[in-house]
Design a protein around this ligand. Structure first.
Ligand code: SF4
Length: 577
């Protein structure tokens, strides 16, 4: 069965921002911590926040101490004043786009206009908007209600940001017929527009559409409604348990979209479940092959094989004939570190990738044992390569362990908030890239391989940059889970946009070094060939930024593919030179 995931599925900017604000407070240990009403309309997210000590309250009577987060929908100004005077500290997570609508309403009603808000009057966003209208606003749901509006001389129309486009247009038409002078502000959010347009675009291309999101989420309900209007068989589910497996099994192509308040981990769980449903047209062999490829990806064999390929290419770049011993060393080291660190990720996998979490639970013993065997093999291999290599490898393994354990005694943590190296913002990406660089380029130097220092530097920069881009891009894919468990990765510290900018800079720097290396005599012309890998990494960044691909198993395979491309280029170079 083919599954098509909508590019717009999942958190919109406003919801993501609200989640980041509340989780940042959670990770700082802020207590007591409240949200004014549920932060977003999603029961699973509300339950998660509750387990983190975040209480959703609908009144502030009796509260004078603590922090309250105002949700993305915003609140009326009168409510805000009451909270301020109560002594509670406010963290405002009102979506900037909602704040924009509030500003339109406030300024126009001050000028004597009356506001007509197209939306659900009981929705928190509309209730908040009404509060900015100085008593001069009405909320209507449909074009039929326009006839019931009183006569008004000056009026303007705005929309609840998640309104259905069609309904808003119908209301606007009815308003224009009755009030030709009315000012119209189309305040439907871009995120809503594109999400709804994508659902319409699914028509004719999928046999059915699964819409994931809270049953009480207005924007999810509208996606369901739009999908049904286009005639696509539509299934609204909150969790994977509610999937109509029988009906889906009869379909060849299934679309999946999700409301703006649906977290990634729920979308991924649904995707995994749908992909697990055996379509009537699939062969047993086809499913077996897919299963094997998945297992290799999940178990980190693919990333370890990528390290092998990268080491092979780096050997040629640093001016020596590639063998398979050092690449094998890289394979075992990377496999062991990735597998064993997965068990120390504080449960982030459960949110970032439920399939990985399930896989690691199921094969825990085998994976731990294979990780330990890999470390022993890497140590044995490095011993064979010389004492210098052995001690360096042992040191790297030790660092891998020290990286995750608390080093700062509890009594002095107020002086230095990062008790472990991994708590230092951005340390994960940097240490991973450095470790790969050391294993792939510096260990052969210690192993008395004849390598020029400049050639080694060129190879180190190439390996470091490629690994840095891979690691940070994966951190972007896993931002939600890392934020939930409080891991300070690069995208969490810098934000997604700045991280992508930084990665583009890293790609450009790597490209410049690859061009400069042969020109300066540091490396041979093979460096020019490796520019293809840099180009491919840059394309991955662009594909993510422009949403050509969604973060999923295929994208991950594509990113890992850069390393295999390097290895393949190395092999071709070896064969023909
Ligand atoms: S749908 Fe748009 S307006 Fe509403 S919270 Fe999301 S980004 Fe903000």
């Amino acid at each position: 069965m083919k599954v098509k995931l909508a590019k717009t599925a999942g958190f919109c900017m406003g919801v993501r921002r609200a989640m980041e604000i509340v989780l940042t407070e959670v990770n700082k240990g802020t207590q007591p911590l409240y949200t004014f009403g549920p932060l977003i309309h999603n029961r699973q997210v509300s339950a998660l926040l509750e387990t983190k000590g975040v209480k959703a309250i609908d009144h502030i009577e009796g509260l004078h101490d603590g922090t309250i987060v105002i949700r993305a929908h915003g609140i009326p100004p009168s409510e805000r004043r009451r909270i301020k005077s109560s002594g509670l500290r406010i963290r405002d997570a009102t979506c900037p786009r909602v704040a924009g609508v509030q500003a339109i309403i406030s300024s126009h009603t001050k000028q004597g206009y009356h506001a007509v808000i197209v939306g659900d009057k009981d929705h928190p966003e509309v209730m908040g908007l009404m509060g900015y209208a100085h008593g001069k606003a009405r909320a209507i749901k449909s074009a039929e209600e326009v006839a019931q509006l009183p006569r008004m001389k000056k009026l303007f129309v705005v929309a609840q940001t998640t309104q259905a486009e069609k309904n808003f247009k119908e209301v606007v038409k009815a308003i224009r017929d009755r009030f030709p002078e009315a000012l119209i502000f189309d305040t439907i959010c871009d995120a809503t527009y594109s999400r709804q347009a994508e659902v319409r675009a699914f028509s004719g291309h999928v046999d059915g559409l699964v819409v994931v999101g809270g049953y009480n989420s207005g924007n999810t309900q509208r996606l369901v409604q739009i999908s049904r209007e286009t005639g696509i068989p539509t299934f609204h589910v909150e969790t994977e348990k509610e999937l109509a497996r029988e009906e889906l099994a009869a379909m060849e192509v299934v679309g999946v979209t999700a409301g703006a308040s649906t977290p990634n981990w729920m979308i991924k769980s649904i995707l995994r479940e749908i992909e697990g449903i055996q379509s009537r047209t699939e062969t047993v062999l086809g499913r077996w092959i897919i299963g094997v490829v998945r297992s290799l990806l999940l178990s980190n064999v693919v990333v370890a094989a990528g390290a092998f390929a990268l080491a092979y290419a780096a050997a040629i770049l640093s001016g020596r004939r590639a063998d398979i011993i050092y690449p094998s060393l890289a394979f075992f080291y990377v496999y062991a570190m990735h597998v064993l660190n997965r068990f120390l990720d504080k449960g982030a996998s459960a949110y970032n990738d439920p399939e990985v979490a399930k896989f690691y639970r199921k094969y825990r013993t085998f994976l731990v044992l294979s990780g330990i065997v890999s470390i022993i093999t890497a140590l044995a291999l490095s011993y064979y390569l010389g004492l210098g290599v052995f001690f360096a490898m042992a040191g790297l393994n030790l660092l891998g362990i020290v990286y995750s354990i608390p080093l700062v005694p509890e009594g002095v943590r107020h002086l230095w908030e990062y008790s472990r190296i991994k708590d230092i913002p951005g340390s994960k990406t940097l240490s991973e890239a450095l470790a790969w660089g050391v294993v792939i380029v510096l260990l052969p130097l210690l192993g008395s391989q004849r390598i020029g220092l400049l050639a080694a530097l060129a190879a180190f920069i190439f390996v470091f940059c490629m690994t840095y881009i891979r690691s940070a891009l994966f951190d972007i894919f896993q931002e939600q889970g890392d934020l939930i468990v409080g891991v300070e990765t690069l995208p969490i510290t810098l934000g997604e946009e700045r991280t992508l900018l930084l990665l583009k800079g890293v790609a450009v720097f790597s490209g410049i070094c690859l061009i400069a290396a042969p020109l300066s005599g540091a490396s041979g012309p093979f460096a020019y060939l490796l520019l293809l890998c840099v180009l491919s990494a840059a394309l991955c960044l662009m594909a993510y930024e422009r949403k050509w691909l969604h973060a999923g198993r295929r994208f991950e395979a594509l990113v890992e593919g850069n390393f295999f491309l390097a290895g393949l280029l190395g092999l071709i170079w070896q064969l023909y030179t």
